[in-house]
Design a protein around this ligand. Structure first.
Ligand code: PMV
Length: 316
């Protein structure tokens, strides 16, 4: 092998997190300006087990904290795929977005490492093969990931995802999205586990909430097609309420949503697993997005990104 690189991007879930785990549809967008890059390098000289750098931690692989498990597993599954399971490769990741905030960093890192290993061995794989490998790596981090993160962090346009099937919506979203980081770590494994226990203990109500989240996501496809951004915003806020009822929001996330709505957002909601992490808000114009971004910072957001999906770039 030689030095190999791979790249993926951050993702946001516009609608359908949690319910997607139960087979309902979700819509997610890749954020092409927030990149995750991985570089792998053959390690020379026998006993060096390889190192991990980036994502806020660096050191020998055997001492890596547990939340890096999916990255290590990604290297393992990719090395098996290229037929060199014992190959020694050090991994360096560089991320333009924070980890453990519902932006898909674990799937993005796993996907980037897998691509980097394939690249190091000049190996070819289909998109489906890469998805399967990423899912295998992700299973360590999340238990039973729906696959939405693995798909969207490698996507080129908004995707509709349901029960493992992906449809590339191919539609630009003619609106601005402000992403606000609460600065608080959210554990997707924990919130997914929480919803699972609700599902088992209060089946009827939980089923009803999940089905409503799914219907909202499905209905939003038409809004996207007709560029009915106002309706999309209403659906986002409604979804946030249902997610909050399911217990996956927090006071801080609710406050960020209220701040965005007060500042004129068309809609706002948590995105990803919740329990911390990020909130997204929808705006008509750049000026509106700026006002919403300022309001969310004032309400405690650690960082904000203003994103114009139509242009597919972060502008502030
Ligand atoms: O927190 P994230 O970015 O990993 O998103 C999780 C999305 C869930 O629907 C809650 C879980 C899943 O596997 O789809």
């Amino acid at each position: 092998p030689h030095v190999g690189t791979g790249q993926t991007v951050a993702k946001i879930i516009l609608l359908g997190e949690h319910s997607v785990v139960y087979g309902y549809p979700a819509i997610a967008l890749p954020m092409h300006s927030l990149k995750m890059t991985a570089r792998v390098e053959p390690v020379r000289g026998g006993h060096d087990e390889g190192t991990l750098t980036g994502l806020g931690w660096s050191g020998p692989i055997s001492k890596a904290p547990a939340h890096f498990a999916s990255i290590l597993r990604a290297r393992e599954v990719a090395a098996e795929f290229v037929g060199d399971p014992d190959g020694l490769l050090s991994i360096t990741t560089e991320s333009e977005f924070p980890a453990q905030r519902g932006l898909g960093s674990s799937a993005a890192a796993a996907g980037a490492v897998i691509r980097a290993v394939l690249n190091a061995y000049d190996a070819k794989a289909t998109a489906h093969e890469i998805f399967t490998l990423t899912q295998e790596a992700e299973t360590i981090a999340h238990g039973q990931p729906s696959g939405l993160d693995a798909v969207t962090t490698s996507a080129t346009s908004p995707v509709h995802f349901q029960a493992g099937r992906t449809t590339d919506l191919g539609l630009p979203l003619d609106a601005w999205i402000v992403i606000a980081d609460s600065g608080i770590h959210g554990s997707t494994r924990e919130t997914v586990g929480h919803v699972r226990s609700l599902y088992e203990n209060s089946f009827r109500e939980t089923q009803e909430s999940l089905s409503r989240l799914g219907k909202i996501a499905e209905g939003a496809v038409d809004n996207l097609r007709s560029s009915d951004i106002s309706q999309l915003g209403i659906k986002m806020t409604e979804s946030h309420g249902i997610l909050a009822d399911l217990g996956v929001s927090t006071v801080q996330l609710d406050e960020l949503v209220y701040a965005a709505l007060d500042a004129g957002a068309l809609g706002g909601k948590l995105t990803g697993g919740g329990g911390g992490g990020c909130v997204i808000a929808l705006a008509h114009s750049y000026e509106d997005a700026q006002r919403i971004s300022d309001a969310m910072r004032e309400a405690g957001a650690r960082a904000t990104w203003t994103h114009a999906p139509l242009l597919n770039e972060v502008v502030a």
